[in-house]
Structures are given as C-alpha cells and as structure tokens.
Design a protein around this ligand. Structure first.
Ligand code: C5P
Length: 286
C-alpha cells in the first residue's frame, strides 16, 4: 500500500474578461488567476486490485466519473498507461462548492500531481497540464497555480509575477449560480465594461498591490440578475468598509473577495462578515 496527501488550493480571478463566443461553443477568455490558502486535502492510496473509490465529507457530491477528481485519475491512466491498482481518493472539502473558486478543478489537478508523484510517472508540469485540458478548462491553471494569465477557453496559461503578499477575505453569498446560464446571459447582454488586463499585468510586474487592487474586475458582475448583483455590491462595500484595497467577484460567482494589506483589518472583517455569512474565509496568496 502506498499513500500520498496533496493539497488543492482555491483560485480567485483578479480579472475576468469574456472576449467572444467561439466556434466550439465555448467562450474566449482572458483572466488573471491567483491561488490562495484555502485548501481541499486529498489522500490518494494505491493498493493491489482495481477500481477507483472516492469518499468525501460532503454527501451531495457525485462519487463516480462525473467527479473531476475521478475523471482526472482516468485521464492520467489513459494518457500514460499507469497502473492505478485499487485507488482510493479521500477528499476533505473546505473550498465551497459551485462558488467560482475552482474547487473541483483544483481537486482534479491535485489528483494529477499526486498520482504523478505516488506512482513515479515522471510527467512534467507541461505534460500534466496537457492531460488536465481533457478534464476541464480550469484544470491546467490549477496544475500550475500561483499568479497566471489564462486565455483561450481558460486552458492556455502564462505564469506572471507573483501577487505581492496580502490577506484575502472571501465570502460566499447563499444564492446559487449556473455557469452555462451566466455565459448564455453574457451573450444576450453585451457587457459595456471590461477589465484593464494590460494595466493589471503592469501592476503585477511592478509589485504594486494598490494598482492590482484598483484593477480587480469581473465582467460577470454586470450579467447577474439585478437582485443578485445588489447582494454582490453590498458584500464588496462591506469588504471595502473593512479596509480592503479592492474587491471583486470571482469566476461566475457568487464568491466575493477583498484584498487587504493589513492582517488585523482582514481578520476583523472576516470575523464580522462570518456572523452573517457562514462561508467566509480568511486566506493569503500561495
Ligand atoms: O469549464 P467548466 O466545466 O466549468 O465550464 C462549464 C460551462 O461553462 C461549459 O459547459 C460552458 O457552457 C461554459 N464555458 C464557456 N466557455 C469557457 C468555459 C466555460 O462557455 N471558456
């Protein structure tokens, strides 16, 4: 029996832009991504035998091939011919589900990285990102992590200068989002404002945290139905009132986050918001 423990960090969008609809039905994206210290923890165990068994602390998640972690293990087996034996994936979820924080994609990336090490497959990061592309659009980014530009469907990754160290408060309001539906609404709505991605890249290059915070922007905020947009705006306001340098929604939402240069203010804001929003988290960059 051989076992490994792998951490899967959540991701945030410092910027999110949709450039247009593609012929393959997906959308052309331009996003600046950042991984943060809110982790799922996966324990991968290989024993003699066959089959993949997934267990998790969240009862409502699918445990079969619909779960990206299982899909990733199968994709790695298919691409490398690896003998997975009887593989157990124990998944301890901390990243909120359907929250715009790439929890499922990060779990899939952790399976790719973990199995590569556990089974001594010798795949490079580039090879793992290629396999990740077949699992989901955000998986290649999650294989690499850190600060990066994601283009194409989200799978074309360019590493960037690290976001300067800071504290991050994340809050998930309790309305659900459907990613395909929000993309469809983007098509109907024709958004007017776009992020200053070039300015964001320059601010990162200059290690200018204030410049980064000023340029946080997500086109999907404009696409949200008015009542939900109001709730996102309210959370952004509360984060800014608490001392955040900037605040934005991540992915297709609904999670909203703020960047802080002072730990005490971030902590205080997280404690205050947690009284009303159970899924509030304090994190830093990783
Ligand atoms: O990558 P993920 O599985 O989260 O995507 C969910 C859905 O979002 C896709 O099925 C598609 O409808 C939409 N999508 C898109 N363009 C992208 C990424 C996702 O239209 N670049």
């Amino acid at each position: 029996m051989a076992s490994i423990v792998v951490k899967a960090p959540a991701k945030l969008n410092l910027t999110l832009d949709v450039l247009g609809k593609r012929e393959d039905g997906y959308h052309e994206m331009k996003m600046v991504m950042q991984s943060v210290s809110l982790f799922d923890v996966l324990t991968l165990t290989r024993e003699p035998g066959e089959g993949i068994e997934l267990t998790t602390n969240l009862g409502f998640l699918p445990l079969d091939g619909r779960n990206l972690a299982v899909k990733a293990a199968l994709a790695l087996q298919e691409a490398t011919g690896a003998d997975l034996g009887h593989l157990t994936i124990r998944m301890e979820k901390h990243i909120p589900v359907c929250a715009g924080t790439a929890g499922g994609s990060s779990d899939a990336a952790a399976v790719l990285r973990g199995l590569n090490e556990l089974l001594g497959l010798g795949q490079t990061k580039e090879e793992l990102t290629e396999i990740g592309k077949t699992v989901g659009c955000d998986v290649p980014y999650c294989v690499l992590g850190g600060t990066a530009l994601a283009e194409g469907r989200g799978e074309l990754i360019t590493p960037l200068a690290d976001l300067p160290p800071c504290w991050i408060v994340m809050v998930k309001p309790d309305f659900p989002v459907s990613t395909p539906q929000l993309f469809a609404q983007w098509g109907e709505k024709k958004v007017r404002c776009h992020p200053d991605t070039a300015g964001m890249l320059a601010a990162l290059e200059a290690a200018d945290l204030n410049g980064v915070a000023r340029r946080l922007f997500n086109v999907f905020e404009e696409v949200l139905p008015p009542k939900r947009r109001e709730r996102v705006e309210e959370l952004k306001r509360l984060l800014l009132d608490g001392g955040a340098l900037g605040a934005s929604m991540t992915g297709t939402g609904p999670t909203v986050f703020g960047l802080f240069d002072r730990e005490d203010r971030a902590e205080e804001t997280a404690w205050t918001l947690k009284r009303h929003w159970r899924e509030t988290f304090l994190a830093h960059t990783v």
